[in-house]
Design a protein around this ligand. Sequence first.
Ligand code: 5RP
Length: 291
Amino acid sequence: MADLDDIRDGDNFGLNTPAKSSNFYLNGLDGADWGTKNRMSRIFNQKSGRTVMLAFDHGFLMGPTSGLERIDLLIASLADHADCLMGTRGMIRSCIPASNQKPICLRTDTGTTILTEMNHNVLISEEEAISMNASAMAAMLAIGDAETEASTIANFSQLVDIGNTYSIPVMGVTAVGKDMARDARYFGLASRVCAENGASIVKTYYTEGFEKVVAGCPVPVVIAGGKKLPELEALELCYNAIQCGASGVDMGRNVFQSEAPLAMMNAVKAVVHDDLKPAEAFDLFNTEKNA
Ligand code: 5RP
């Protein structure tokens, strides 16, 4: 039994010392094989080392939420402007043209909805990910949720085994449940659990002290956007995350629920890839919105 009475928070994160990477441009992936690196290179821009993923997997939990009523209309029209598309097999097959050339991060777990108890998820088959030419597979870990922590970590670990067999990188999606803390200690622990279990990408949420979340996680970290915010605040969130070392975003509602989704996507890209300051990116958003 592990000692639980003297868990000391780490305080030696070497914040000014980037993790070493000698033969690949993304953190923590020197040891990955050719296929994994090749797929990661499709997702992460090779100049900036960052990515803007468009997340539209929300429907499997919450149905046709605002902005996702017609994925064939709005999301399909944004697809060419994202670096990567993150969605479920059903929506990608039915709403995204097969001629799409953007890499797919396939949501590979599915389960209960907002109508019951969330996070009782299972994995879809690896044959699906392979047949859909997925560049990455994503599954959620409900760290800290007594009911579903063990089963979601088991799912994730199984998915990494599959990913390693076929050289498909796996993204760990850290869940936020109603009883879970939303601070750097929690997200740092959850992100580290993803990496310890073999994630090639970790998706989590920005919070104060985020530099420690990133420093404690040796593979690229991307942030979810969370609930819709005013555009300037969402751009500040992206900027702060990038300045703390995040490798990009996997953002949904703050793009597809924006009053001008394409303008917002382009403003987010400017922050992520070009380090534009939030106010400058907001100007860009307004200019494109009004064009
Ligand atoms: C839900 C997810 C979503 O893709 C994630 O929350 C990103 O979307 P948003 O930016 O709207 O939060 O993984 O499990």
